[in-house]
Design a binder for this molecule. Structure first.
Ligand SMILES: [Cu+2]
Length: 192
């Protein structure tokens, strides 16, 4: 008879543990479904679409931003640029509206698509036939096969995929002398 009583003493404990486990799991589900402000779990893969023209005509300009909702990247060609046909993505608004500042979270990957614009014929001196793209900052990890710094001939496209490992302030800039105001041809990347 005492042997039968022993398991009964454990039953309430087992029951409590079960409730705790269920509550924890439920809480986690609740957090991700309702409390998490974004549908995109960190880290995300962002796509940033930009143009590059001499600083006298505006320098770098972010035209659009999107989350890539798949693991494979859009098709890309130096002449035609990116191809989003059949690609799952979701546009988002950057936190800054100067069209030069890019925001991200530590661990995020950003693929830059940059179209170099020929600025000749606008009354400003333009030197050479290329813009450049490089990033200064705490820690950047460049995808295998991609070039950073990169050279972007006028009229062509350039793409580079970079993972921002560490939070901090980054600067992207042109690294090829292209006009008198070349040193100012840059923008910020704020990684939180
Ligand atoms: Cu330049």
């Amino acid at each position: 008879m005492k042997v039968l009583q022993a398991p009964k003493k454990h039953l309430p404990v087992v029951g409590l543990l079960g409730l705790v486990v269920i509550a924890a799991a439920g809480g986690t589900v609740y957090y991700y479904q309702f409390a998490s402000p974004h549908t995109h779990a960190v880290p995300s893969h962002r796509l940033v679409f930009m143009t590059a023209v001499i600083q006298e005509l505006g320098g770098f300009h972010v035209n659009n931003t999107a989350y890539l909702n798949q693991t494979t990247q859009p098709a890309f060609d130096n002449s035609k640029g990116y191809n989003l046909t059949g690609v799952k993505f979701q546009d988002y608004l950057p936190s800054y509206s100067d069209n030069k500042t890019i925001n991200a979270n530590a661990g995020d990957t950003i693929t830059f698509y940059i179209h170099a614009v020929d600025g000749s014929g606008h009354g400003f001196s333009q030197y050479g036939s290329n813009h450049g793209f490089t990033i200064d900052g705490p820690t950047v990890s460049v995808a295998a096969g991609d070039a950073l710094p990169g050279t972007i001939p006028f009229g062509k496209w350039y793409s580079v995929t970079v993972t921002f490992v560490t939070a901090g302030s980054y600067i992207y800039r042109c690294n090829i002398f292209c006009s008198d105001q070349h040193p100012f041809m840059q923008g910020n990347i704020v990684v939180s």
